[in-house]
Design a protein around this ligand. Structure first.
Ligand SMILES: CC(C)(COP(=O)(O)OP(=O)(O)OC[C@H]1O[C@@H](n2cnc3c(N)ncnc32)[C@H](O)[C@@H]1OP(=O)(O)O)[C@@H](O)C(=O)NCCC(=O)NCCS
Length: 248
């Protein structure tokens, strides 16, 4: 620190040049994101995101943590909603409580690049869920995952406010520059929700149906696929700069 005299006053200035912050490498970004997810899921970092609608606090987004492994109330809600909305998921199969419990433990809590939030009303009644899954570190991007309104009788409009809350957290705390999602192109309610939150269509991805006796699965067609697809995903994207510009 040095002192500089200017018209009678003493101004303190730094003699050294400001240190430029080094951009994290892609691997460092990924590791940092995994650490945040792990700390939250282990319950070491406690968060609850407040959801506001017309300036009123109406709901909360709470991450699913290790505490909910084996929790029958959570598992039952997830299984009921999964069954009800099966057509909008990439795979359709017989949904059971046992299978949902295993999925929650291994595919959600035990998966390092995945974080799922439950939406609760102010009485702590679960109303739906939404989360993050799979990073593209070179773009500082992640995908929006598992958006479901479980209860249609409470919290009108809350999926929009909750998604906006989660997006703000992703762009802020997680340091993301972009968010992507894939939605069945004919899923009008979901596409409308994403457009309300600022997502723009990127491209259509043709899907092929794979059937086994116990499962129907929609998988992305190979790049060189030229046939007519029965269903397609619409990929959508939201850039941080566009989110900030519209949310202010
Ligand atoms: C996709 C899905 C989450 C959208 O839920 P939603 O209930 O339509 O979303 P919102 O809670 O934001 O409600 C929007 C509706 O509430 C109304 N609304 C009322 N108050 C509102 C407010 N303050 N802000 C926004 N919308 C409000 C909107 O006008 C809209 O009404 P409309 O459907 O008549 O146009 C839901 O349809 C769903 O769970 N679908 C099955 C699973 C699924 O498809 N998931 C997506 C997989 S990619």
């Amino acid at each position: 620190m040095s002192e500089e005299k200017s018209s009678g006053s003493v101004k303190k200035t730094c003699s050294s040049k400001p240190v430029e912050q080094r951009r994290m490498t892609d691997q460092e970004f990924l590791e940092a994101a995994y650490q945040v997810f792990a700390a939250i899921k282990q319950g070491k970092k406690k968060i609850a995101l407040k959801v506001h609608q017309d300036s009123l606090h109406t709901a909360n987004l709470k991450p699913i943590t290790v505490k909910q492994i084996g929790d029958q109330e959570t598992i039952k809600a997830l299984a009921t909603w999964r069954k009800k909305h099966a057509v909008w998921f990439p795979a359709q199969f017989e949904v059971t409580l046992e299978g949902t419990g295993k999925w929650l433990e291994n595919q959600v809590i035990g998966t390092k690049d995945r974080l799922l939030f439950m939406i609760y009303d102010l009485d702590d009644t679960p109303a739906g869920h939404m989360g993050f899954f799979r990073f593209t570190p070179v773009e500082r991007a992640c995908e929006i995952d598992n958006i479901v309104r479980g209860r249609t009788d409470i919290l009108p409009g809350t999926m929009t406010s909750a998604l906006n809350t989660m997006l703000k957290w992703g762009f802020g705390t997680l340091g993301l520059d972009a968010l992507y999602l894939r939605v069945f192109s004919e899923n009008k309610r979901a596409v409308a929700l994403y457009k309300r939150c600022g997502f723009e269509p990127v491209k259509l991805i043709p899907l092929l149906k794979e059937e086994t006796p116990s499962m129907v699965k929609w998988v992305e067609a190979p790049e060189d696929f030229t046939g007519e697809a029965e269903r397609s995903y619409l990929q959508m994207k939201l850039d941080k700069k566009d989110f900030i510009a519209t949310s202010n």
